[in-house]
Design a protein around this ligand. Structure first.
Ligand code: ZN
Length: 350
């Protein structure tokens, strides 16, 4: 028997002994090993469920001792501190991506996730070059709160309204391989995003306690379901979608101006009230021509929106002058300021 085989054998015997003495760890580790066979990305959901089952079988004190009143506990290896942990909440996908520097593919075999599965639909894990990414898919839009103590980090999922006075969802229309209107090499998706990113700067700087969730802040194309789902499931107070217009034929023309769509099916009239505020502020800020507020119930995200919704068409890309204006940073900033003012006026926060 070669030295290498002997070492492997010794390790196997050692691990087996370890597993006999730690039966729970054994089951949890086996479940991870099982799911590992299916590929690089493993499901950690079984592990979380067995942890929840264990807690259910034991008395309350063991759960309290492990979780200290939190929902999820992760254990960090000795060489990893909480500073190596980065949390990215992808609200539009109800997914929380936790990136931990310094953990490998077998991380969960040694440091099982403990906790209960409330609101958790799925947990997956993958690691490359010792950068591990845990993805937690939730059944609702939640803020995530991280607490760290000793070698543990604890996660809690919190209702947005427990943190913010108001919640607003902002949607930049189209994205990725769906450009929207396209004129003279300018894509609507980019103009929409430019304005939304200017609006984001205003909200980021704001001293108001408003939680703002964006359907996208880069060149992506979330599904219509996810866009309006973000507004509905976060129980937003307002849903604002930013677009730009073009004539039906798509040909350049003299037609120009600002139009705002609202939900005619909203019997409270709140959608129309919000749309009217958006239009007034945009006309004031941009000096554009009014194309009025119009019923937009044929648009899926308008029809399906539970919060008061406004879909603004800032200007016409098929109008030469307006197309040039829409590409101007200062014009984009003015549009963003107008929308910011409209939101604050609606929420009585101005
Ligand atoms: Zn559009």
């Amino acid at each position: 028997m070669g030295a290498f085989t002997a070492i492997i054998l010794a390790v196997v015997i050692f691990m087996s002994c370890l597993l006999i003495y730690v039966p729970n760890m054994h089951i949890i580790a086996l479940k991870v090993k099982d799911s590992k066979l299916s590929g690089g990305r493993i499901s950690v959901m079984d592990m979380l469920n067995s942890s929840a089952e264990e807690f259910a079988e034991e008395d309350h004190s063991s759960k309290d001792a492990v979780l200290k009143g939190h929902q999820i506990r992760l254990t960090l290896p000795q060489n990893v501190t909480s500073a190596s942990v980065d949390i990215n909440n992808i609200f539009v996908e109800k997914t929380i991506a936790i990136t931990i520097n310094g953990i490998g593919k077998d991380y969960f075999s040694y440091y099982p996730m403990r906790g209960d599965s409330n609101n958790i639909v799925d947990v997956t894990y993958d690691s490359e070059n010792l950068v591990g990414v845990i993805e937690i898919v939730l059944d609702d839009v939640k803020e995530v709160k991280m607490t760290s103590e000793d070698e543990y980090i604890y996660l809690d999922f919190v209702d947005p309204h427990d943190i913010y006075d108001y919640v607003v969802v902002v949607d930049a229309g189209h994205g990725s391989n769906v450009p929207g209107a396209s004129k003279m090499g300018v894509n609507e998706k980019d103009l929409n995003l430019d304005i939304v990113l200017e609006l984001k700067k205003l909200f980021d700087r704001s001293d108001k306690n408003i939680g703002v969730y964006y359907t996208r802040t880069t060149d992506t194309n979330p599904s219509f379901e996810n866009r309006v789902g973000l507004a509905n499931e976060s129980e937003a107070d307002l849903f604002l979608s930013v677009h730009n217009n073009s004539t039906a034929s798509g040909r350049m023309s003299s037609i120009n101006g600002t139009e705002v769509m609202y939900e005619g099916g909203d019997s409270t009239g709140e959608s129309k009230a919000f749309a009217t505020l958006c239009l007034r502020h945009l006309l004031d800020g941009l000096g554009s021509k009014s194309k009025g507020v119009v019923v937009g119930d044929e648009v899926y995200i308008i029809r399906m929106s539970e919060p008061p919704v406004a879909l603004v068409e800032v200007g016409f890309m098929t109008n030469q002058k307006e197309l040039e204006a829409l590409q101007d940073k200062d014009y984009q900033r003015k549009a963003a300021q107008a929308l910011y003012d409209a939101v604050l006026e609606y929420l009585n926060e101005n």
